[in-house]
Design a binder for this molecule. Structure first.
Ligand code: UDP
Ligand code: MG
Length: 309
């Protein structure tokens, strides 16, 4: 008998917790035939609603339902880490509570593991039901990431992923505090089969991602998996030094030949503002990396548990 751990990060998902359970149960027969047992780990990410109570209720009916409840909201990345740490399965799958990751896909995903793949990942091919600006920025982000990061980060990739114990352990071995899961999956490698499906809108409740939150998250992704911005800062510095030398030569020569010492005040202001801006930008980039390093060296735990079932 093998065990499959289903990990479900939940933040204010009181309506979705029981609904998800019901939907997942429909796949049970398939796995039973394959001699695979299921365990469900709901990770409550500091929900303010009745999420924990709903999970407790399920746990009382069905001992295969487990709970890890955080002391506060630590973010989905921390939830994924906690779920994977608790998982005892020979395989683990990450799924959203809102059923945007259809359980009906599980049998197909599992069949690829049987064929010898280490992980089966999913990506959505459409962004139906999403505001157009959001799709536009998302696409820009992935294009940029492909250019500046060596780690493969796939456009439209979801966190819906089935993997073997070996992959789970690899992910758990990455104990960084700033966890950009999409990058971590790419970084660990292994033979991954990609499945595609159309975007499905969330079952109940609302998305926790505002445009601004996504924007900040994308910057974190860039910093976690690329140091290109730091190189940009140095390249800009070299460029401006070169430009300055050229300008000095031009100015000296012009003054010596034409004797025109006072003109150029407006252009001076422009140049000073431009350089000031570029300098602040570069210091800012360095500062961002420094702050990430600062948070890493503190070695704070990725999450704190309040209750476990
Ligand atoms: N989630 C979480 N912690 C958070 C935000 C979200 O555990 O701080 C969970 C949420 O409950 C859901 C999954 O992560 O199960 C995806 O969140 P959501 O549906 O809001 O994101 P979207 O699908 O819109 O990208
Ligand atoms: Mg969702």
């Amino acid at each position: 008998m093998k065990l499959l751990s289903v990990i479900v990060p939940c933040y204010n998902e009181e309506e979705n917790v029981p609904y998800f359970y019901e939907e997942l149960k429909k796949q049970e027969a398939f796995f039973h035939d394959k001699d695979v047992e299921l365990e469900i780990i709901y990770v409550d990410d500091g929900s303010k609603d009745r999420t924990v109570a709903e999970v407790r209720k399920l746990h009382e009916q069905d001992e295969r339902v487990h709970l890890v409840s955080f002391s506060r909201n630590f973010g989905k990345e921390a939830g994924i880490y906690a779920g994977l740490s608790k998982a005892k399965g020979d395989f683990a799958v990450l799924m959203d509570a809102d059923l945007q990751d259809p359980p009906a896909l599980l049998p197909e995903m599992y069949s690829y593991l049987e064929q010898g793949y280490d992980a089966v990942a999913t990506r959505r091919v459409s962004r139906k039901g999403e505001p157009p600006i959001r799709s536009f920025f998302a696409r820009m982000f992935y294009r940029l990431m492909r250019k500046i990061s060596k780690t493969e980060i796939v456009d439209g990739a979801r966190d819906y992923r089935l993997m073997t114990r070996q992959v789970v352990d690899a992910i758990l071995s990455m104990q960084e505090y700033n966890r950009f899961t999409k990058g971590i999956f790419g970084w660990v490698g292994f033979q991954t089969k990609w499945l595609e499906y159309e975007n499905i809108e969330r079952a109940k409740g609302e998305t926790k991602w505002s445009f601004w939150k996504l924007f900040i998250y994308s910057l974190e992704g860039i910093m976690a998996f690329s140091t290109a911005p730091l190189a940009i800062a140095s390249v800009l510095g070299v460029l401006f030094c070169f430009l300055a030398v050229v300008l000095i030569i031009v100015t000296v020569v012009r003054t010596l030949i034409f004797g025109d010492p006072t003109s150029g005040w407006p252009s001076m202001v422009c140049i000073i503002s431009l350089l000031g801006g570029v300098q602040l930008l570069c210091i800012g980039i360095v500062g961002q990396y420094l702050s990430k390093t600062y948070m890493e060296v503190k070695r704070r735990p990725i999450y704190l548990v309040k209750e476990e079932l």
